[in-house]
Design a protein around this ligand. Sequence first.
Ligand code: PGA
Length: 249
Amino acid sequence: MTVRPLVAGNWKMNGTKESYEEFAKIAAGYDAALAEKIDMLVCPPAVLLAQFAEVENLPVGAQNCHAAASGAHTGDISAEMVANVGGKYVIVGHSERREGYGETDADVAAKAEAAWRAGLVAIVCIGESLEQREAGETIAVVTEQITKSLPDASTSANTVVAYEPIWAIGTGKTPTADDVAEVHAALRKSLVERFGEDGEKIRLLYGGSVKPTNASELLALPNVNGALVGGASLKATDFLGIAEAYKNF
Ligand code: PGA
């Protein structure tokens, strides 16, 4: 089954309104040849969403949202607000949210439902810690996370899953190609068991120290339908270098 890949950038807490210039370079590089093969996306800090959303050929998304549509939640933003300023996607359950703010699988599932309510695609992140990897628990951990973090109404149109081993995020370390393939095969199996044929089409991204130098190897693996890129998405040349791996496939 061919699944259209997605190369998504997560800028985390980096960028100012002047970063529009870098964003515009990414948009310019996302040319017809690339757009024919893949979807691209940038998730800048929420304060930049409205400004970046004005560029039509490159979708933008948020890095988090609250489960509620509005109300007394100081400092939070809702999925409806993201959609209102032109966002199309929202990342939910990134390990930096799970670890730093105690977000549980149930919280993540509620946020995914909030994303759909607002018409956004949810990018649901999962991944094991180094301790869990070393204890041989990776497959069990990510299988439980994908099961509990994805609501029953998940479809290939409203949901993307990103597998991001916590120990590979921002460290320059990546699992071996065999390890990534093993995890993605297990995730695919779980998706198909639960969602049937549509489970074959739910995009499974790999994230964690993806760079132009390792993109070709990682993105060519079976059941890897794109990447979620942190650090290397901040520079147009690096981010486009990763996306351009698809020009050779
Ligand atoms: P990284 O981050 O590419 O900087 O490792 C990935 C992520 O956290 O999404």
